[in-house]
Design a protein around this ligand. Structure first.
Ligand code: ZN
Length: 488
């Protein structure tokens, strides 16, 4: 079934608003302690986000791709938003009467993408470690630079990352990094959604990380202060890996996460060398080691997981360990191709991650969404591996499930209104003949360049392809200057 002639007539970029004056209800901006560096960009947001009205706002789009369990697509479709959450979704023909404002959006509305594994402030190190394996990448190029990081460096690195993420339609990220106060400030200023998991590691030569014990105490204090303080930020805990701190430390971090019900985030078996070296040291594979220590007993997100045996995968299934699949970072570092189709066959919760901008080299999750089925098909030799809806699902609802979140990742009533508008007036979406074409084109021929508008919790943060909440030019200048200094 093709589109009606009027629904795909040439349209202006961005939403066409019939009730422009009613677009954004007034917001209250309660003050919060200002932890931003001097000169940080002041923007449109502050939190907690509080709508002054219960008014229901209706968005009517040429197509709505819900990413719900049935992968429903409505053409044209309607999404209603009330106090930052979705209150109704369906075909325009079935929409109930409304007394609130209605906005006509030219394009396709879909859930915001969920990037489940990144170190976003590493925008500061984009290009700093090219064409080297992971061990050299970390020990010789990244860690010396990171030892010189100041709080304001991380603020600006994260601020630039937020602009990059939002422009690519990524509304939620799961961050593993340090200087968590600065990350938090940048996220709050930019208005993204974040599951922030400060990383515990042990670097005796770094002034801030002399021991994992001290670092874990700092991370837990940060969590205690912020866990329930922010609408858009959840706080978890990360152990970098079983090679960047002693096993005793990894276990302590996992147990601490379990005690407070937080997400435990860790790199697992990213490269063959790492997996083999740890197995040689301990006599067990990394997953077996972690499971034996009780590290898999809580809510766990394991990143990369490239070198897993059948028994390792079985352990993941038994313990419901979620996987952050990072195909582009794994490919760029020559680490390998993870066993994605085997993971999905075992019904593991899997989401997609970009990893940091030093190993990717961007935060555009759309690229992972397309590369994932490409690599799965190369690895299995099966053209039917991971059809388009499954790939789109991994980047949205799959990511939400991997994070253990049932409030994001789909356009369904009750979920938070994190939404992305994709332009359809582009060769990528021509022709539309069969119903399945919308999703096929979304994955195989569209890209993040077609994203025009983005909302987080119903608040618009990108319009006409540009981020409304970040002074991007300023952030680019700051990162440029700071990256030169950090290079030493
Ligand atoms: Zn990583």
């Amino acid at each position: 079934m093709g589109p009606g002639p009027s629904s795909h007539a040439p349209a202006p970029r961005g939403p066409r608003l019939e009730n422009a004056l009613l677009l954004v209800p007034p917001l209250r901006w309660p003050r919060r302690p200002d932890r931003r560096p001097p000169g940080a960009c002041h923007n449109l947001l502050n939190e907690p986000l509080a709508w002054d009205t219960n008014l229901s706002i209706r968005y009517r789009a040429d197509a709505v791709v819900t990413c719900d369990p049935a992968f429903s697509v409505h053409r044209p479709g309607v999404v209603e938003v009330e106090r930052g959450r979705i209150s109704w979704v369906g075909s325009a023909a079935d929409a109930p009467p409304t007394s609130g404002p209605e906005h006509r959006l030219a394009g396709l509305l879909m859930p915001g993408l969920v990037n489940v594994h990144c170190h976003s402030p590493m925008t500061l190190f984009r290009g700093a470690a090219e064409d080297v394996p992971l061990a050299v990448f970390l020990r010789e190029l990244l860690w010396p630079r990171e030892s010189r990081l100041e709080r304001d460096d991380v603020y600006w690195g994260m601020t630039l990352a937020c602009a990059e993420l939002l422009r690519a339609g990524v509304t939620t990220t799961c961050e593993m990094y340090m200087q968590e106060e600065a990350i938090l400030a940048a996220v709050l200023d930019a208005g993204t959604r974040c599951l922030l998991t400060p990383g515990v590691l042990e670097m005796p030569s770094w002034p801030r990380f002399p021991s994992w014990r001290r670092r874990l105490a700092d991370v837990l204090a940060f969590r205690a202060e912020h866990a329930a303080a922010h609408e858009r930020v959840e706080v978890g805990v990360a152990a970098h890996s079983a090679y960047a701190l002693p096993l005793e430390g990894v276990t302590a971090v996992a147990r601490a996460a379990q005690e407070v019900g937080a997400l435990f985030h860790i790199h697992v078996a990213e490269t063959r060398d790492e997996a083999q070296e740890l197995e040689r040291q301990h006599g067990k594979t990394v997953p077996a080691l972690l499971a034996d220590q009780g590290c898999f007993d809580g809510r766990v997100l394991a990143a990369h997981c490239v070198w897993l045996s059948d028994a390792d995968l079985q352990l993941f299934a038994e313990h419901d360990v979620a996987v952050a699949h990072c195909p582009q970072s794994n490919a760029k570092l020559g680490a390998g191709i993870a066993r994605l189709t085997d993971m999905l066959r075992l019904r593991l919760r899997v989401g997609l991650g970009t990893d940091g901008p030093a190993s990717n080299n961007d935060l555009d999750l759309w690229e992972e969404m397309r590369l994932t089925p490409l690599l799965a098909r190369l690895k299995t030799g099966e053209a039917q591996a991971l059809p388009a809806p499954e790939a789109v699902r991994l980047a949205t609802s799959g990511g939400a499930a991997a994070l253990g979140r049932d409030d994001i990742g789909t356009l369904e009533p009750g979920r938070l209104a994190d939404m992305v508008l994709v332009r359809l007036d582009d060769p990528a979406f021509v022709p539309l003949v069969e119903p399945r074409d919308v999703c096929s084109h979304l994955l195989w021929s569209a890209s993040s360049r077609l994203i025009s508008d983005v909302w987080v919790a119903g608040q618009q943060v990108v319009a006409n392809g540009e981020c409304l909440t970040v002074d991007r030019e300023r952030a680019q200048r700051e990162v440029q200057l700071r990256a030169v200094r950090l290079a030493g």
